[in-house]
Design a protein around this ligand. Structure first.
Ligand code: TLP
Length: 352
Protein backbone atom coordinates (compact mmCIF):
# COMPACT_ATOMS: atom_id res chain seq x y z
CA UNK A 1 0.00 0.00 0.00
CA UNK A 2 1.11 3.58 -0.74
CA UNK A 3 -0.60 6.82 0.21
CA UNK A 4 -3.53 7.27 -2.17
CA UNK A 5 -1.77 10.04 -4.06
CA UNK A 6 1.49 8.07 -4.16
CA UNK A 7 3.07 11.06 -2.40
CA UNK A 8 5.51 10.53 0.44
CA UNK A 9 4.38 12.14 3.70
CA UNK A 10 7.67 12.98 5.36
CA UNK A 11 7.19 13.49 9.10
CA UNK A 12 10.78 12.68 10.10
CA UNK A 13 11.58 16.32 10.83
CA UNK A 14 10.70 19.91 10.00
CA UNK A 15 14.25 20.12 8.61
CA UNK A 16 12.98 18.40 5.43
CA UNK A 17 11.00 21.49 4.37
CA UNK A 18 11.88 22.84 0.96
CA UNK A 19 12.33 26.57 0.30
CA UNK A 20 9.35 28.47 -1.10
CA UNK A 21 9.39 30.00 -4.60
CA UNK A 22 9.81 33.41 -2.96
CA UNK A 23 12.91 32.14 -1.13
CA UNK A 24 14.38 30.76 -4.38
CA UNK A 25 13.76 34.10 -6.10
CA UNK A 26 15.31 35.95 -3.15
CA UNK A 27 18.41 33.74 -3.47
CA UNK A 28 18.66 34.53 -7.18
CA UNK A 29 18.45 38.28 -6.75
CA UNK A 30 20.32 38.75 -3.43
CA UNK A 31 22.87 41.57 -3.29
CA UNK A 32 26.13 39.93 -2.23
CA UNK A 33 29.55 40.68 -0.79
CA UNK A 34 32.27 38.90 1.19
CA UNK A 35 30.80 38.19 4.62
CA UNK A 36 34.16 37.38 6.21
CA UNK A 37 34.99 41.04 5.53
CA UNK A 38 31.53 41.92 6.93
CA UNK A 39 30.57 43.15 3.46
CA UNK A 40 27.58 41.02 2.53
CA UNK A 41 24.63 43.43 2.84
CA UNK A 42 22.07 40.61 2.81
CA UNK A 43 23.79 38.77 5.67
CA UNK A 44 24.12 42.02 7.60
CA UNK A 45 20.40 42.70 7.14
CA UNK A 46 19.43 39.20 8.28
CA UNK A 47 21.64 39.49 11.36
CA UNK A 48 20.08 42.85 12.26
CA UNK A 49 16.57 41.45 11.77
CA UNK A 50 17.32 38.38 13.88
CA UNK A 51 18.78 40.43 16.72
CA UNK A 52 15.74 42.73 16.67
CA UNK A 53 13.29 39.79 16.61
CA UNK A 54 14.83 38.46 19.82
CA UNK A 55 15.57 41.82 21.44
CA UNK A 56 19.33 41.22 21.46
CA UNK A 57 22.10 43.63 20.45
CA UNK A 58 23.64 41.51 17.71
CA UNK A 59 23.41 38.24 15.81
CA UNK A 60 25.69 35.93 13.83
CA UNK A 61 24.67 33.73 10.90
CA UNK A 62 26.03 30.20 11.25
CA UNK A 63 25.61 27.24 8.89
CA UNK A 64 23.75 25.05 11.39
CA UNK A 65 22.07 24.96 14.78
CA UNK A 66 24.81 22.65 15.98
CA UNK A 67 27.49 25.19 15.09
CA UNK A 68 25.45 27.95 16.75
CA UNK A 69 25.22 25.99 19.99
CA UNK A 70 28.87 24.98 19.92
CA UNK A 71 30.12 28.48 19.15
CA UNK A 72 28.01 29.66 22.09
CA UNK A 73 29.59 27.08 24.41
CA UNK A 74 33.06 28.02 23.20
CA UNK A 75 32.39 31.72 23.71
CA UNK A 76 30.82 31.39 27.17
CA UNK A 77 33.09 28.80 28.80
CA UNK A 78 36.68 27.92 29.63
CA UNK A 79 38.21 24.46 29.31
CA UNK A 80 37.37 22.33 32.33
CA UNK A 81 34.13 24.15 33.08
CA UNK A 82 30.96 22.20 33.80
CA UNK A 83 27.87 23.01 31.76
CA UNK A 84 24.42 22.26 33.18
CA UNK A 85 22.13 20.77 30.58
CA UNK A 86 19.00 18.61 30.54
CA UNK A 87 19.67 14.90 30.03
CA UNK A 88 17.77 14.68 26.74
CA UNK A 89 19.02 17.99 25.34
CA UNK A 90 20.12 18.26 21.72
CA UNK A 91 23.49 19.62 22.88
CA UNK A 92 24.08 16.44 24.88
CA UNK A 93 22.37 13.92 22.66
CA UNK A 94 22.77 14.93 19.04
CA UNK A 95 25.88 17.08 18.65
CA UNK A 96 28.44 14.29 18.30
CA UNK A 97 30.09 14.95 21.64
CA UNK A 98 31.22 18.38 20.45
CA UNK A 99 31.26 20.07 23.89
CA UNK A 100 34.06 17.74 24.99
CA UNK A 101 36.05 18.14 21.78
CA UNK A 102 35.44 21.76 20.84
CA UNK A 103 35.18 23.53 24.20
CA UNK A 104 36.78 20.94 26.51
CA UNK A 105 33.86 21.19 28.92
CA UNK A 106 32.00 18.53 30.89
CA UNK A 107 28.25 18.27 30.68
CA UNK A 108 26.29 17.88 33.91
CA UNK A 109 23.02 16.30 32.79
CA UNK A 110 19.86 16.74 34.85
CA UNK A 111 16.67 14.77 34.11
CA UNK A 112 13.78 17.06 33.24
CA UNK A 113 10.06 16.43 32.95
CA UNK A 114 9.39 16.36 29.20
CA UNK A 115 12.87 17.84 28.90
CA UNK A 116 12.14 20.85 31.10
CA UNK A 117 14.25 21.70 34.16
CA UNK A 118 13.13 23.54 37.28
CA UNK A 119 15.01 26.35 38.97
CA UNK A 120 15.45 24.15 42.06
CA UNK A 121 17.16 21.46 39.99
CA UNK A 122 19.52 23.97 38.43
CA UNK A 123 20.22 25.64 41.77
CA UNK A 124 21.11 22.29 43.39
CA UNK A 125 23.52 21.47 40.54
CA UNK A 126 25.52 24.71 40.68
CA UNK A 127 28.96 23.99 42.16
CA UNK A 128 30.40 25.89 45.08
CA UNK A 129 33.99 26.98 44.55
CA UNK A 130 36.21 24.06 45.57
CA UNK A 131 39.58 22.90 44.30
CA UNK A 132 38.15 19.42 43.70
CA UNK A 133 35.20 20.34 41.51
CA UNK A 134 34.77 21.82 38.03
CA UNK A 135 33.39 25.38 38.05
CA UNK A 136 29.86 25.72 36.71
CA UNK A 137 30.46 27.78 33.58
CA UNK A 138 27.11 27.81 31.82
CA UNK A 139 23.48 26.73 32.01
CA UNK A 140 21.95 25.52 28.72
CA UNK A 141 18.19 25.30 28.21
CA UNK A 142 16.23 24.04 25.20
CA UNK A 143 12.89 25.61 24.21
CA UNK A 144 10.96 24.01 22.57
CA UNK A 145 12.48 20.76 23.75
CA UNK A 146 12.97 18.35 20.89
CA UNK A 147 13.18 14.96 22.65
CA UNK A 148 10.73 16.28 25.24
CA UNK A 149 8.09 16.17 22.47
CA UNK A 150 8.20 19.85 21.51
CA UNK A 151 7.50 20.85 25.11
CA UNK A 152 7.57 24.52 26.07
CA UNK A 153 8.97 26.22 29.17
CA UNK A 154 6.52 28.31 31.19
CA UNK A 155 7.91 31.85 31.20
CA UNK A 156 8.00 31.88 35.02
CA UNK A 157 10.35 28.86 35.06
CA UNK A 158 12.69 30.50 32.57
CA UNK A 159 12.66 33.69 34.61
CA UNK A 160 13.42 31.80 37.83
CA UNK A 161 16.36 29.95 36.23
CA UNK A 162 17.62 33.16 34.68
CA UNK A 163 17.45 35.01 38.02
CA UNK A 164 19.34 32.34 39.94
CA UNK A 165 22.01 32.05 37.24
CA UNK A 166 22.44 35.83 37.24
CA UNK A 167 22.77 35.84 41.04
CA UNK A 168 25.51 33.18 40.77
CA UNK A 169 27.26 34.96 37.88
CA UNK A 170 26.61 32.04 35.49
CA UNK A 171 25.55 32.82 31.92
CA UNK A 172 22.55 31.09 30.29
CA UNK A 173 22.45 29.88 26.69
CA UNK A 174 19.12 28.99 25.12
CA UNK A 175 18.95 26.40 22.36
CA UNK A 176 15.93 28.04 20.80
CA UNK A 177 16.09 26.10 17.54
CA UNK A 178 12.28 26.34 17.55
CA UNK A 179 11.83 29.48 19.69
CA UNK A 180 9.04 30.83 17.48
CA UNK A 181 7.06 27.63 18.03
CA UNK A 182 7.53 28.17 21.78
CA UNK A 183 6.37 31.79 21.51
CA UNK A 184 3.28 30.83 19.52
CA UNK A 185 2.32 27.98 21.87
CA UNK A 186 2.49 30.13 25.00
CA UNK A 187 1.53 33.52 23.60
CA UNK A 188 4.74 34.86 25.15
CA UNK A 189 6.72 37.10 22.74
CA UNK A 190 10.01 35.62 21.54
CA UNK A 191 11.75 38.69 23.02
CA UNK A 192 10.45 37.81 26.51
CA UNK A 193 11.67 34.22 26.18
CA UNK A 194 15.04 35.41 24.85
CA UNK A 195 15.36 37.92 27.70
CA UNK A 196 15.81 34.94 30.06
CA UNK A 197 19.08 33.98 28.37
CA UNK A 198 22.35 35.75 27.60
CA UNK A 199 22.59 34.06 24.22
CA UNK A 200 20.00 32.37 22.02
CA UNK A 201 20.41 30.16 18.97
CA UNK A 202 17.48 29.70 16.61
CA UNK A 203 17.17 27.86 13.30
CA UNK A 204 15.92 29.12 9.95
CA UNK A 205 16.16 25.67 8.43
CA UNK A 206 13.44 23.92 10.44
CA UNK A 207 9.77 24.88 10.39
CA UNK A 208 10.68 28.31 8.97
CA UNK A 209 11.60 26.38 5.80
CA UNK A 210 14.80 28.15 4.77
CA UNK A 211 17.29 25.76 3.17
CA UNK A 212 20.23 26.42 5.51
CA UNK A 213 21.20 28.51 8.49
CA UNK A 214 20.83 29.43 12.13
CA UNK A 215 21.41 32.62 14.10
CA UNK A 216 23.29 33.05 17.34
CA UNK A 217 22.02 36.17 19.11
CA UNK A 218 23.35 38.01 22.15
CA UNK A 219 25.21 41.08 23.42
CA UNK A 220 27.42 42.84 20.85
CA UNK A 221 30.68 41.99 22.63
CA UNK A 222 29.67 38.32 22.92
CA UNK A 223 28.77 38.12 19.23
CA UNK A 224 32.07 39.79 18.27
CA UNK A 225 33.94 37.02 20.11
CA UNK A 226 31.63 34.37 18.67
CA UNK A 227 32.41 35.68 15.17
CA UNK A 228 36.06 34.83 15.72
CA UNK A 229 35.18 31.31 16.95
CA UNK A 230 32.88 30.79 13.97
CA UNK A 231 35.87 31.56 11.73
CA UNK A 232 38.05 29.20 13.76
CA UNK A 233 35.56 26.36 13.21
CA UNK A 234 35.40 27.03 9.48
CA UNK A 235 32.00 28.67 9.54
CA UNK A 236 33.11 31.96 7.94
CA UNK A 237 31.26 31.93 4.62
CA UNK A 238 31.85 34.34 1.76
CA UNK A 239 28.88 35.38 -0.43
CA UNK A 240 26.58 33.94 2.23
CA UNK A 241 23.84 36.36 1.20
CA UNK A 242 22.49 33.58 -1.03
CA UNK A 243 21.67 31.76 2.22
CA UNK A 244 20.68 34.84 4.19
CA UNK A 245 18.16 35.96 1.54
CA UNK A 246 15.77 33.01 2.05
CA UNK A 247 16.34 33.44 5.79
CA UNK A 248 14.95 36.97 5.55
CA UNK A 249 11.87 35.61 3.76
CA UNK A 250 11.60 32.96 6.50
CA UNK A 251 11.55 35.57 9.26
CA UNK A 252 9.12 37.82 7.39
CA UNK A 253 6.69 35.25 6.02
CA UNK A 254 6.98 31.90 7.79
CA UNK A 255 6.61 32.68 11.48
CA UNK A 256 2.87 33.34 11.51
CA UNK A 257 2.00 30.14 9.65
CA UNK A 258 3.48 27.94 12.41
CA UNK A 259 0.01 27.76 13.94
CA UNK A 260 -0.99 25.48 11.04
CA UNK A 261 1.79 23.06 12.05
CA UNK A 262 0.62 23.11 15.65
CA UNK A 263 -2.98 22.40 14.65
CA UNK A 264 -1.83 19.53 12.44
CA UNK A 265 0.27 18.09 15.27
CA UNK A 266 -2.79 18.17 17.55
CA UNK A 267 -4.88 16.42 14.92
CA UNK A 268 -2.16 13.80 14.46
CA UNK A 269 -1.75 13.27 18.20
CA UNK A 270 -5.48 12.91 18.78
CA UNK A 271 -5.73 10.37 15.98
CA UNK A 272 -2.72 8.38 17.17
CA UNK A 273 -3.91 8.35 20.79
CA UNK A 274 -7.04 6.49 19.69
CA UNK A 275 -5.04 3.54 18.31
CA UNK A 276 -4.74 0.52 20.65
CA UNK A 277 -1.08 -0.01 21.48
CA UNK A 278 -0.12 3.66 21.11
CA UNK A 279 0.90 5.38 24.34
CA UNK A 280 0.38 9.11 23.96
CA UNK A 281 -1.37 11.90 25.83
CA UNK A 282 -2.43 14.37 23.13
CA UNK A 283 -2.92 17.09 25.76
CA UNK A 284 0.87 17.19 26.14
CA UNK A 285 1.47 17.97 22.48
CA UNK A 286 2.03 21.73 22.51
CA UNK A 287 3.87 22.50 19.27
CA UNK A 288 4.83 20.65 16.07
CA UNK A 289 6.53 17.55 17.52
CA UNK A 290 4.59 14.39 18.35
CA UNK A 291 6.41 11.60 20.18
CA UNK A 292 4.53 8.41 20.96
CA UNK A 293 5.48 5.11 22.51
CA UNK A 294 4.42 1.62 21.54
CA UNK A 295 3.08 -0.84 24.06
CA UNK A 296 5.27 -3.97 24.26
CA UNK A 297 6.18 -6.06 22.35
CA UNK A 298 6.09 -3.66 19.38
CA UNK A 299 9.35 -2.08 18.31
CA UNK A 300 9.72 1.39 16.83
CA UNK A 301 12.22 0.31 14.17
CA UNK A 302 9.85 -2.30 12.71
CA UNK A 303 6.85 0.02 12.70
CA UNK A 304 8.85 2.86 11.13
CA UNK A 305 10.07 0.54 8.38
CA UNK A 306 6.53 -0.64 7.67
CA UNK A 307 5.26 2.96 7.58
CA UNK A 308 7.99 3.99 5.14
CA UNK A 309 6.91 1.23 2.76
CA UNK A 310 3.49 2.86 2.99
CA UNK A 311 4.78 6.32 2.07
CA UNK A 312 4.71 7.71 5.62
CA UNK A 313 8.14 8.56 6.99
CA UNK A 314 8.76 8.85 10.73
CA UNK A 315 11.80 8.52 13.02
CA UNK A 316 12.44 5.81 15.60
CA UNK A 317 14.02 7.74 18.48
CA UNK A 318 14.15 4.88 20.97
CA UNK A 319 13.40 1.15 21.09
CA UNK A 320 9.69 1.86 21.43
CA UNK A 321 9.48 5.59 20.69
CA UNK A 322 8.53 7.19 17.37
CA UNK A 323 8.73 10.88 16.45
CA UNK A 324 6.60 12.67 13.88
CA UNK A 325 7.06 16.37 13.15
CA UNK A 326 4.61 18.58 11.27
CA UNK A 327 5.72 21.34 8.91
CA UNK A 328 4.86 23.41 5.84
CA UNK A 329 5.15 20.52 3.39
CA UNK A 330 2.45 18.35 4.98
CA UNK A 331 -1.23 19.16 5.39
CA UNK A 332 -4.22 18.25 7.55
CA UNK A 333 -5.35 15.34 5.37
CA UNK A 334 -1.85 13.85 5.62
CA UNK A 335 -2.34 13.54 9.37
CA UNK A 336 -5.32 11.26 8.82
CA UNK A 337 -3.34 9.20 6.31
CA UNK A 338 -0.49 8.84 8.79
CA UNK A 339 -2.88 7.80 11.57
CA UNK A 340 -4.50 5.20 9.31
CA UNK A 341 -1.09 3.84 8.36
CA UNK A 342 0.00 3.52 12.00
CA UNK A 343 -3.28 1.78 12.88
CA UNK A 344 -2.83 -0.68 10.06
CA UNK A 345 0.82 -1.43 10.76
CA UNK A 346 0.49 -1.81 14.48
CA UNK A 347 -1.80 -4.70 13.66
CA UNK A 348 0.64 -6.05 11.04
CA UNK A 349 3.64 -5.68 13.36
CA UNK A 350 2.09 -7.88 16.03
CA UNK A 351 4.34 -10.94 16.42
CA UNK A 352 2.69 -14.21 15.46
N1 TLP B 1 17.42 18.73 15.33
C1 TLP B 1 17.25 17.74 14.29
C2 TLP B 1 18.11 16.51 14.57
O1 TLP B 1 19.41 16.88 14.84
C3 TLP B 1 17.59 15.66 15.68
C4 TLP B 1 15.79 17.39 14.17
O2 TLP B 1 15.45 16.72 13.18
O3 TLP B 1 15.00 17.77 15.05
N2 TLP B 1 18.82 22.20 18.62
C5 TLP B 1 17.66 21.53 18.50
C6 TLP B 1 16.66 21.62 19.59
C7 TLP B 1 17.40 20.77 17.36
O4 TLP B 1 16.26 20.10 17.26
C8 TLP B 1 18.38 20.73 16.34
C9 TLP B 1 18.19 19.87 15.10
C10 TLP B 1 19.56 21.45 16.50
C11 TLP B 1 19.76 22.18 17.68
C12 TLP B 1 20.69 21.41 15.49
O5 TLP B 1 20.36 22.02 14.29
P1 TLP B 1 21.16 21.59 12.94
O6 TLP B 1 20.53 20.34 12.46
O7 TLP B 1 20.93 22.76 12.05
O8 TLP B 1 22.58 21.42 13.31
Amino acid sequence: MRTDSGRVIDLRSDTVTLPTEEMREAMRTAVLGDDVFGEDPTVNRLEEMAAAKLGKEAALLVPSGTMGNQVALLTHTRRGDEVIVEADAHIFHYESGAPAVVSGVMLRTLPGRDGLLTADQVEAAVRSPDVHTPPTGLVCLENTHNRGGGSVYPLATLQAISALALARGIPVHLDGARIFNAALATGVPATAIAACADSVMFCLSKALSAPVGSLLCGPAAFIARARRFRKMLGGGMRQAGVLAAPGIVALEKMVDRLEVDHANAKRLAEGLAGIPGVLLDPARVQTNIVIFRLAPPRTAALVVRALAADGVRALAIGPAAIRMVTHKDVEAADMDTAVAAVAQHLGADRPA
